[in-house]
Design a protein around this ligand. Structure first.
Ligand SMILES: [Zn+2]
Length: 468
């Protein structure tokens, strides 16, 4: 639905985008100076307006120019546990926002000026992130910048046809951004990543998109559909988003459509960390809006070219819910080189974590039905009683470990969850294998290994579910 506020937010995004375009011609000194200014302003704002940060930074220097590396880190659990004290507008309450997200329709504002999105993300813990209108315009400006990197620009009279394949609810960032950016410049088709593949291929065959924007695991599934002849589209741009594009997925896409896919990387906390340019030399980090420190287990920086144990994200524009030195357990490394395109933004050259496994199940007539990892996340996210989860699948068993919220009726949750998964798998055309649900107090983490819990993964030989 088009309304004046949304148009105004997008108009502001166009202005911000012009500003952002100038940043790409900066040199390293300009960028460093900008980051220092933004970090200092953000930390001061947080200390002045957030009870949580005031306490968190007690005893640390938050006057004058701020050395961000001296400040204690944060993480999702800490920020969610203290949500009402973290946010800088006292009217924002976690409990109300949870309710808002349960009932949200379309691109609805909260309190007339905020947009809230949620995810379980890769740690399996539900996170809720809030942006005011200006902050959301910045996200949209970054979306426009991404479009420019991958060569998607408005065209008339025959509008560019874009198919976005993501989550099916406005609480998810992959749904919300295209929804709030859609004022008719493009012809947009939104497909749900949890729909049966046959339904997706039919819709794509009918729409014939110029551009497709799927999750990488979904892109790989569609590439196989194309190679095997059930899908017949000719996109000129494929950009995967949000998750890791593996070499195998890249090759499948190149084989299917004769083009090299773009690789976008983002989180709900920061929807656009960056994207590669047409040189495909690595993912440019949009460093004027996001500050990333790649670190080891003890939060000490690792040298360029070395994968970190995790990284610390500072979102430089979210003043509503400051995310400062916020732990993200993806293992990335920063290239020691700059891209040959000449942009000042550094490159992520490798992402280790989050390579997602696709589960293949059989249909009743013996076909193989691919189930994208997102399927589980979306099914489980529908249950607010779930605090954290992990799924491990074997060909004949899906094992789900759940950390429930307090006072949850476990029997009821188990029955409803099993039912939801079974129905979902059946609607994909798959015969659901046995589903085993266990309730536990906390998910096991083994920092000595890769430090990251694999939430959805195959366990063909043993039950080792850590990433290796
Ligand atoms: Zn480049």
């Amino acid at each position: 639905m088009l309304n004046i506020k949304r148009v105004a937010d997008l108009a502001r995004a166009l202005l911000i985008q012009r500003e952002l375009a100038r940043h790409e011609r900066w040199g390293p000194v300009d960028l460093a100076r900008h980051q220092e200014r933004r970090v200092t302003a953000l930390v001061k704002h947080a200390v002045n307006n957030s009870a949580f940060y005031r306490q968190h930074y007690e005893g640390h220097r938050t006057e004058g120019a701020i050395d961000i590396k001296s400040l204690p880190v944060t993480n999702k659990k800490l920020l969610m546990d203290n949500f009402d004290d973290v946010v800088t507008d006292q009217r924002l309450k976690l409990v109300d926002l949870q309710e808002h997200l349960q009932t949200i329709k379309e691109d609805a504002y909260y309190l007339g000026e905020y947009r809230a999105i949620a995810t379980t993300g890769t740690s399996g813990l539900r996170g809720i992130f809030v942006f005011n209108r200006r902050e959301w315009s910045t996200i949209l400006a970054n979306t426009l910048r991404w479009n420019q990197y991958i060569g998607v620009v408005p065209r008339l009279p025959k509008r560019t046809r874009i198919t976005s394949i993501g989550a099916d609810a406005p609480m998810h960032v992959t749904h919300r951004i295209p929804q709030s950016a859609d004022v008719g410049l493009f012809h947009v088709q939104h497909l749900e990543a949890t729909a049966p593949i046959a339904e997706l291929t039919d819709a794509l065959n009918a729409f014939q998109p110029d551009v497709i924007l799927p999750y990488p695991s979904m892109a790989a599934i569609l590439a196989v559909e194309q190679i095997e002849g059930r899908l017949n589209i000719r996109p000129s741009v494929v950009s995967t988003h949000s998750e890791v594009l593996t070499q195998d997925m890249f090759t499948k896409i190149e084989t299917a459509w004769g083009i090299q896919p773009f690789n976008h990387y983002g989180l709900t906390e920061e929807p656009h960390i960056g994207t590669d340019c047409s040189g495909h030399e690595g993912i440019h980090i949009f460093e004027d809006l996001t500050f990333i420190e790649i670190v080891d287990d003890n939060n000490q920086p690792v040298p360029d070219g070395t994968p970190g144990h995790k990284y610390l994200l500072t979102n430089l524009y979210n003043y509503t819910q400051p995310l400062i030195r916020y732990e993200v357990t993806d293992m990335i490394s920063r290239s020691p080189r700059l891209c040959s395109c000449g942009r000042v933004f550094g490159l992520i050259e490798g992402i280790g974590g989050r390579s997602e496994d696709i589960l293949y199940l059989n249909s009743s007539d013996g076909r193989s039905v691919p189930v994208p990892p997102l399927f589980f996340e979306i099914c489980i996210e529908a249950f607010p009683e779930v605090a954290e989860f992990r799924t491990v699948h074997q060909p004949d068993l899906i094992r789900l470990s759940i950390v429930p919220k307090d006072s949850t009726n476990l029997g009821e949750l188990e029955a409803n969850l099993t039912d939801r998964l079974r129905t979902g798998l059946n609607s994909l055309g798959a015969v659901a294998p046995a589903i085993a649900i266990e309730f536990i107090d906390e998910l096991e983490r083994q920092p000595a290994k890769m430090g990251k819990i694999k939430l959805v993964g195959a366990a063909p030989q043993d039950t080792d579910i850590e990433r290796t």
